[in-house]
Design a protein around this ligand. Sequence first.
Ligand SMILES: Nc1ncnc2c1ncn2[C@@H]1O[C@H](COP(=O)(O)OP(=O)(O)OP(=O)(O)O)[C@@H](O)[C@H]1O
Length: 224
Amino acid sequence: MLLLENVKKSYTEPNGALLPILDIPRFELSEAEQMILVGRSGCGKTTLLHVISGISHADSGTVQIDGLDLRRLSEQGRDRLRAEKIGYVFQTFNLLPAFTAIENVLLGMSFSGKGADRSRATQLLERVGLSHRITHKPKTMSVGEQQRVAVARALANRPKLLLADEPTANVDPSNQQSIIDLIRETCNEEKIALMMVTHSMEVAGQFDRVERLDEINQLSKVTT
Ligand SMILES: Nc1ncnc2c1ncn2[C@@H]1O[C@H](COP(=O)(O)OP(=O)(O)OP(=O)(O)O)[C@@H](O)[C@H]1O
């Protein structure tokens, strides 16, 4: 369902110098497969998730999702693909501050074109332990609560691929496990492929497939 071939990505530094981050010859994730991505801070994990989701573009190479090549899609086509097929839990949550928890989840659904389903939104918020915070706005929630809203929002539109960037970084151990359980169970039930970044070995240890970005990225092999 996800295929990367010869994907390269660099950033341009303020002085104009190129900062190469990714050079991935090949990477595949099957339909409904669940995997963990690990690697040292700054090695390019978030960059890779951004390239896969189409938030930023690869400099070269192919990113194919569910048979669609991102480079062959218009900007609008990429937006549609992202809304319909990808759920994304951002490291920084990216909740809309003017809206309540449930409105944030419902908005994510309405962008997908599948329609806002209030009972699913409520159910997801209950499952992340936020039934008492449904009508709270992000600034009146703790960081861990905001992160749990972000998880509910990413799952709400029944994506084909869930990209989760450290979804348990700001929650306590008991909520960490319930978020991992919710993500895994929902992905299992709805056949969603999962690529999740974590620094937690406890979380990584629960998955059969754990990839080190350093090992799939040619640049890390050269520089480390
Ligand atoms: N917009 C940008 N312009 C220039 N450099 C950037 C930009 N975004 C990220 N970088 C650099 O690219 C490298 C990879 O960043 P990225 O956020 O992908 O790392 P990461 O593996 O997700 O790190 P962490 O585990 O700390 O979240 C870092 O050295 C970072 O400083």
